[in-house]
Design a protein around this ligand. Sequence first.
Ligand code: NAP
Ligand code: ZN
Length: 350
Amino acid sequence: MNTFTVKAFGTESTTADLKEMNIERREITATDVEIEILYCGVCHSDLHTARNDWGGTIYPAVPGHEIVGKITKVGSEVSKFKVGDLAGVGCIVDSCGHCESCQHDLEQYCLNGFTGTYNGHDKHLGGHTFGGYSQKVVVNSDHVLKVPENLDLAAVAPLLCAGITTWSPLRHWNVGPNSKVAVVGLGGLGHMAIKLAKGLGAEVTLFSRTPGKTEDAKQLGADHVIISTDEAQMDSVKGKFDVIIDTVPYVHDVNPYVTTLNISGTHVLVGYLGGLEPILNTVPMILGRKSVAGSVIGGIAETQEMLDFCGEHNIVSEIEMIKMQEINEAYERMLKSDVRYRFVIDMQSL
Ligand code: NAP
Ligand code: ZN
């Protein structure tokens, strides 16, 4: 298969900084589009992958799965896009298309494993996939999204992961005008969860460890802010929430949040991957028919639904634009929860 070389930014090992490197992209097939990447959001998953927090990172690793850009080439069988169109790519660049999940627009739960935008198995070239910290990407057009023309393009990029990851559980658990939703952690995912839950008409509360974020949270649409380290404040919301979207990336005590769920309420973990410590107490779950659940990104159709909703409701991410060369410093700031509220890389800087 013919390939071409593009510049990218990635890392060679768990401890190395990200730096400029060259990677190969395939020439388009009949069903592919080629996209010139204009902006790429910086997700905490990029950092987890670069530093092998979850195990399984294959190096060199080129992160980035919040991609927006312009179509530069279109395969002969592609009718959905033409050269010059805006396009978005999220966390999924391929899936089997025929398993029960794919048949139900749940590519994120593809029973044969979806192909991640980075660190996935590249079905075309062998080896592993490289993400959006690069000049161009080639993607099967079924996995490419249409981007609303009325929104600021750079601020749309984070919708492709932070947006859909919070939208999917809000929709699955039927959040609407009568819902009481809480969001744990005000970062990239958290700030989108607030905006989207508000957009769906819910009453929204933020749980944060960081008192300095209260004003921002209210401006983003939160009706209430609870400082999660303050016991009296935590007690004041016992039994209140229908749905909690928990975006905390590291192990943390989920028990105090479960007590803030209403009868039949659900605490949805989207951040931390791994065993819970301290152990989860089933008493409030059993006595209140409460659930602790998880959710991963969202399907392609659902991502399009979210983008269209954002276009209609003028919802975008709050971003801080950085140059590609500033990514290592951005990761350090992300580790300190010092992001307001998503870094987006101007890919022209590469
Ligand atoms: P982020 O921008 O770094 O935000 C995380 C927020 O969590 C922080 O701003 C902070 O908020 C809070 N936090 C951080 N460390 C904490 C700790 N040790 N204890 C308690 N709270 C803490 O990260 P993100 O990009 O939103 O991603 C969040 C997590 O979701 C990551 O683990 C990421 O890998 C994962 N993720 C999952 C999916 C999925 O499909 N399920 C998709 C994308 C990302 P406060 O300062 O307000 O406390
Ligand atoms: Zn992500």
